[in-house]
Write a protein that binds this ligand. Structure first.
Ligand code: NI
Length: 385
């Protein structure tokens, strides 16, 4: 298969995945298709306790360490309006985050690595991960044991911030820790005409929204990247009744674990004492999501070098306060999360979002080089952890 045929094949598969989006934990057809393509390629698929998603391995002729390459595979509950010839065939579902691109690129890497098996000094694992949009799919893969023997891991995400042929790489965090909070303020309901006989949770909740906004602006270093948004507030249901309670929820995004802990502590204090100031009590539920991604310094340099070797231009990655459950892998194994330029578009998760499939061949080549060269790098004396 020459370069053009290879690119064409990946585009065909990419379009299939785009036409058949499936939501988190429901990626049965997607998994079936990936399995079929890998079997056709004679790639070994591991038998793991995963309902959706799968992990394949390519074992080199020589024994050695193990490197993992990861693609997520799920889509979003978005009604597509891209107008593309390969638009979604599933109503209300769309690959609006480029995970179809990731699948096709990793499949391309499987094709290349199978051909280059004799050069591999160890094993490359291909992780087709379910449910990234739920923030928890990576944990399923970790629980399956697939990561236990992995020495280094690499993942890609399509990026509209860079043109085709450019990748964004930087050490440290490129996506944020994503936490969620829920606060209930317990008041005491009464007639709106007799406020002194009750405890008005709406007044306390309103004050609390303002107080919460001071956590980032007054308690955090102005140079730290952090945000706190109250995104939902509800209390009461009519005009002449003071309700019993008020409910608020929202999200906190941070890049450093110290900031994350500090905001959690301040949020709990603010809720408790603001409620108290109004003679009430607040209950806080803190729901921790994935931590911030943390690109390893040495592997980041390696990933930059590999990109240049593949003919890709390297730019500093664009950090985002969005989340990525790839961070769970990086808690266990050193690795790098790379942004692959797929050209300008509407933002991720938008009904008109699109990726330029012209970037597929380069992304597949890059992944296969990362796998091959990382094994060689690990084999160098002292590099195996
Ligand atoms: Ni995504």
């Amino acid at each position: 298969m020459n370069r053009e045929q290879f690119q064409k094949k990946l585009e065909t598969e990419f379009q299939w995945f785009h036409r058949h989006p499936e939501l988190s934990y429901e990626e049965y057809e997607t998994t079936r298709r990936i399995r079929h393509l890998l079997e056709e390629n004679k790639t070994e698929i591991l038998s793991l306790p995963l309902d959706t998603g799968l992990v394949a391995v390519i074992r080199g002729d020589k024994p050695g360490p193990t490197v993992a390459l990861r693609s997520d595979i799920d889509a979003l509950p978005v009604e597509e309006e891209s107008g593309l010839a390969w638009e979604s065939e599933e109503k209300g579902k769309m690959h609006a985050c480029g995970h179809d691109f990731h699948i096709a690129a990793l499949y391309g890497a499987a094709l290349l690595l199978e051909q280059r098996k004799h050069k591999l000094q160890g094993t490359v694992k291909l992780i087709f991960q379910p449910a990234e949009e739920s923030s928890l799919g990576a944990l399923k893969v970790i629980q399956s044991g697939a990561l236990d023997d992995v020495d280094a891991i690499f993942g890609i995400h399509s990026s509209s911030g860079f043109p085709v042929g450019t990748v964004g790489i930087r050490k440290g965090s490129v996506t944020a820790a994503v936490d969620r909070f829920e606060i209930t303020i317990q008041g005491f309901g009464t007639h709106a005409a007799h406020p002194h006989e009750g405890k008005d949770p709406i007044v306390a909740a309103s004050a609390l929204v303002g107080t919460l906004q001071t956590i980032v602006s007054r308690n955090m270093d102005p140079f730290s990247e952090a945000l706190l948004s109250v995104t939902h507030i509800s209390a009461g249901n009519t005009w002449n009744v003071i309700p019993e309670s008020a409910f608020l929820e929202g999200t906190v995004r941070t890049l450093r674990s110290g900031d994350r802990k500090k905001i959690e502590a301040r949020l709990k204090e603010a809720a408790e004492y603001t409620a108290k100031a109004y003679g009430m009590e607040a209950k806080v539920r803190w729901i921790a999501g994935p931590p911030a991604t943390d690109n390893d310094v040495e592997w980041t340099e390696f990933a930059e070098k590999s990109a240049r070797k593949t003919g890709l231009k390297v730019e500093p990655a664009l950090p985002s306060l969005g989340g990525e459950d790839f961070a769970f892998y990086q808690e266990k194994v050193r690795g790098v999360f790379v942004q692959v330029g797929t050209g300008e578009t509407y933002p991720n998760h938008h009904p008109k979002f699109r990726v330029n499939p012209a970037a597929l061949g380069g992304a597949a080549e890059y992944l296969s080089v990362l796998g091959t060269d990382a094994l060689a790098e690990l084999k160098k004396e002292g590099n195996i952890p």
